[in-house]
Structures are given as structure tokens and as C-alpha cells.
Design a protein around this ligand. Structure first.
Ligand code: BGP
Length: 485
């Protein structure tokens, strides 16, 4: 008789933890030989519900370079993880973290991006972070490029638009892989690679002088270079450290058809395909047909070198990772739009929204996990998920039951997906410690289990305080996801 056997729970070696990015936590922006990064010239948003990342042009970059303070550029100060890393990692260990996701700032290693010799002082900081993680048996998961690159590469060759950046990047990845051979098992190339279609923050390309059509062309060209660089880095890693695993990373934007009208269903399918396109290339090793058609019909011409297709095909990633915050709705006609991480999309009347208008959809996570598992058949890793909220510190405590509720509902759906047969390696919630917001550069959009005493202007003692969710997550990890109460 056919025996029904399916996984009932989180696997024993499930990687629970948290995720951060260098430009949102480190601070120490101008010491130990570090070069200025693209993230450090993006001014904080004037309107906290609007993203600032697209307002970058040659004159705003010039103004930023001439401004040597952190006042308008909070990513220069972060939460001073550079000097607090011991204390912070100790707190992660207290919660029982199995894994900590962070990124290396390329400009700490190669200040101008095209230097031939790495900056030893920059490496030493990451050596110390890895030592500390090893002390507590926490597995590192390192992103090689998380929304920043040496600004000098933007000035010299307009970032990733120039093919020369591939060689600059692989020179950086090679020294990093060699330095950390045997010490780091999990790597990611580009954070939320698909958001390069939104501009500067991901590719370092200044294209504000172009019209929309030209911008689209330029962005897909820059992204092609990243896709090739990502495949080359994967190949390098496999050669330098055969036991290590490389993942790709997508800002997953699951979308639903606005109605069951076939025109809407088709429009949603196309939106979804355009989102998954990046993972298709990185996990399957080739440009999918639907995207080739989209490029042809929209006048997008991507210059490829002769060997590019071979490079993409030869080095697919080992696992597939993504961030998951929200879902949207797509209709064949334009409708009412909501905000979201990097994107806007249609409103879904069945969902609640965060204070920043991001639509909260735990069941969507199960849907996404199933779809991605079906499509790629590679282990999945949720490397970001969380709730940005306005926390209140009262008598030295933060009662953030809204955050617990958000996370609990998402973890419940992860468990359902595992029972559906999805192979899920781990979960690093976004921002285990309060940090500078990516999209608005404010401090008061908090995600953490750990409160950091700093306001939007950079005032505060930087003291770290455990929130209620800190104790909750500790219990979740120690029970391997069984106790979500
Ligand atoms: C993701 C980015 C992160 C991050 C998170 C939350 O898209 O990878 O860097 O910050 O979103 O976004 P925000 O900080 O804008 O709330």
C-alpha cells in the first residue's frame, strides 16, 4: 500500500538567525582605509513613506562628497556595529542564533574598487567578526554585495553599466574567498538583484538623465553584467573552497491577479515571471524565453560577450534565497497602488498593511515557498522577513507583541510549506538589531529584537536593550520552531 510520509516539522539542522547589511549597521565610514560607497551618498528621505534611493544624479553625488558629516547620510553612521560587534554577537548568541547574515563592504577591501592590492585593515575587521561568531558556534552567511559598492567605480565607469566592473568584482571575490576558505560555508552574491531594475542603489548606475525606455535598457544591461559576475564568483568559490555553497538572492514579489478575468491572470503571470527571471538565470543558467521575448518587444538590447551564455550555464547557484515582506495585486489595467520594499503594486483589500503601507501576507509566504521549490528544486533559504514598526521604549522595555504576531504567522506558514515538501534550509529575519532603514535611511523604522538607543538625527547612547520579542525568538529557536506561543 502507498505509504504517506511527509516531513512534519523543521529539520534538526535548521538555520535560525538574523540578517543585516554593512551599510545599515557598521558606521565607521571613513576609517581604516575604507573608500566612500554608493550607499553613503544617498540622502535620507524627506518623506519617510517615500524612498530616496532614486534621487541620485551627478550633482547630488558631488554635494555628498563635499559634505563630510553624517547628518544627511545616516548610512555613514549605522549603529556603529564596527565598534559594538562583540556585544551584538553576544546578544545574538544569547538568543541561540545558528546563523548570522551580514555583508562585506567591498570598499573596505578595495577602497576604489579597482585597486590591485586589498586593504588589510578592512579585512581585519571581518576577521574579528568571524572569530567572534566562531566563539559562539554561529554560522556566517555572507552577502558579497548588499546595496553598495565603491563610489569610485560609479565615477570612473558608471558602476555596473561598464563590463570592466565584472573584473573588479571578481578580483574582490577571489581575495575574499581565499582569505575565508574553510571558515564560511554560505555565501550570497548580490542582495535582491532584481531591484537593479529600480536604479542606482543596486547597480551604482547614474541614469537620471535618461528617459524611462533608455533607463530600462541601461538597467538590464548593468544587471546582465551582475548575472555574469555572479556566475563567475560561483565558479571561483567552487574552485577555491569546494565545500562552500553559493546562493542567489531575490526580493520576491509574489503577485496575485486582481480578478479571475484571464487578462488579469495573464498580467499577474507576466509580473511574476519578470520577478523570477533573475533566479531563473542564476539557478537554471540561462535567460528564459519569455524574457527574451519581452526584451525584443520592448526594444531592449543587451550586449553580451561571446562566452556569456556559456558562463551562465556552467555555474548555477547551489541554493536559492529570497526576502519576503509582502505581496501585491496585478491587474491588466492600472489600479490603486500601495508602497512596498522597492516596489509599488496593486492594493489587496483582504490584507492589512504595516505603518509604511507594506501589505502583510503570511499565507503568501507558503504560496511563494511552494512555487519556488516547484520551479527550482534547490534548497530554499528565507534570508529576510520582518516588520518595520515604530517601537516605544517604556521604563527600559519594548512591548512589541505586533512584531511577535507578524513573525509567528510567517513561521507558521513556513512550517506548513515544509509539510508540503519544500526543502527549507533556514530563516534569517531582517534586522535582528535595530538598524538604519534601507529605503528611507531613518532609524525609527525598527525591525529588531534588540532596541538601539539612537534617533533619526543620530542622537542617543547606542545602548542595546532586549525587547519582548528577544525572549520570544529565543524560545522559538530553542524549541526548533515548535513553541511559537
Ligand atoms: C530589503 C533590503 C534590506 C532592508 C529591508 C527592509 O529590501 O534588502 O536592506 O533594509 O528590505 O527595508 P527598509 O529598511 O527600507 O524597511
Amino acid at each position: 500500500m502507498y505509504k504517506v510520509d511527509f516531513p512534519k516539522d523543521f529539520p534538526k539542522n535548521f538555520l535560525w538567525g538574523g540578517a543585516t547589511a554593512a551599510n545599515q549597521i557598521e558606521g565607521a565610514w571613513d576609517i581604516d582605509g575604507k573608500g566612500l560607497t554608493t550607499a553613503e551618498v544617498v540622502r535620507k528621505a524627506d518623506d519617510r513613506k517615500k524612498m530616496s534611493m532614486n534621487i541620485v544624479d551627478p550633482s547630488s553625488i558631488k554635494a555628498a562628497i563635499n559634505d563630510s558629516t553624517t547628518a544627511n547620510y545616516p548610512k555613514r553612521r549605522g549603529i556603529d556595529f564596527y565598534h559594538h560587534y562583540k556585544e551584538d554577537i553576544k546578544l545574538f548568541a544569547e538568543m541561540g542564533f545558528k546563523v548570522f547574515r551580514f555583508s562585506i563592504a567591498w570598499a573596505r577591501i578595495f577602497p576604489n574598487g579597482d585597486n590591485l592590492q586589498p586593504n588589510e585593515k578592512g579585512f581585519e575587521f571581518y576577521d574579528r567578526v568571524l572569530d567572534e561568531l566562531e566563539n559562539y558556534g554561529i554560522e556566517p552567511l555572507i552577502t558579497l554585495s548588499h546595496y553598495e559598492m565603491p563610489l569610485a567605480l560609479t565615477q570612473k565607469q558608471n558602476g555596473w553599466l561598464d563590463r570592466a566592473t565584472i573584473a573588479d568584482f571578481t578580483r574582490y571575490t577571489e581575495v575574499v574567498f581565499k582569505r575565508y576558505r574553510g571558515r564560511v560555508r554560505y555565501w550570497l552574491t548580490f542582495n535582491e538583484i532584481n531591484t537593479g531594475t529600480w536604479g542606482f542603489h543596486e547597480t551604482g548606475v547614474v541614469d537620471s538623465h535618461l528617459d524611462k525606455k533608455e533607463q530600462e535598457n541601461v538597467r538590464y544591461q548593468a544587471l546582465h553584467h551582475q548575472l555574469v559576475a555572479s556566475a563567475l564568483a560561483t565558479k571561483q568559490l567552487h574552485e577555491i573552497d569546494p565545500k562552500a555553497k553559493m546562493g542567489c538572492m531575490l526580493a520576491r514579489m509574489q503577485t496575485y491577479p486582481a480578478t479571475c478575468r484571464p487578462e488579469d491572470v495573464r498580467a499577474a503571470q507576466m509580473e511574476d515571471q519578470k520577478n523570477l527571471f533573475f533566479t531563473d538565470v542564476q539557478a537554471r543558467g540561462e535567460y528564459p524565453e519569455f524574457m527574451n521575448r519581452y526584451f525584443a518587444e520592448n526594444g531592449i538590447q543587451i550586449k553580451m560577450a561571446e562566452k556569456d551564455q556559456e558562463i551562465l550555464a556552467s555555474s548555477p547557484v547551489d541554493f536559492v534565497s529570497f526576502s519576503y515582506y509582502m505581496t501585491t495585486v496585478t491587474s491588466a489595467e492600472a489600479g490603486e497602488e500601495v508602497n512596498g520594499n522597492m516596489a509599488t503594486g496593486g492594493r489587496n483589500k483582504y490584507l492589512e498593511e504595516s505603518d509604511w503601507g507594506w501589505q502583510i501576507d503570511p499565507i503568501g509566504l507558503r504560496i511563494t515557498l511552494n512555487e519556488m521549490w516547484d520551479r527550482y528544486r534547490k534548497p530554499l533559504f528565507i534570508v529576510e522577513n520582518g516588520l518595520g514598526a515604530l517601537d516605544k521604549l517604556e521604563d527600559g522595555k519594548v512591548h512589541d507583541e505586533y512584531r511577535i504576531d507578524y513573525l509567528r504567522k510567517h513561521i507558521e506558514q513556513m512550517k506548513e510549506a515544509i509539510k508540503d515538501g519544500v526543502q527549507l534550509m533556514g530563516y534569517t529575519m531582517w534586522g535582528p538589531i535595530d538598524l538604519i532603514s534601507f529605503s528611507t535611511s531613518e532609524m525609527s523604522k525598527r525591525y529588531g529584537f534588540i532596541y538601539v538607543d539612537q534617533d533619526d538625527e543620530g542622537n542617543g547612547s547606542l545602548k542595546r536593550i532586549r525587547k519582548d520579542s528577544f525572549y520570544w525568538y529565543k524560545k522559538v529557536i530553542s524549541s526548533n520552531g515548535a513553541d511559537l506561543a
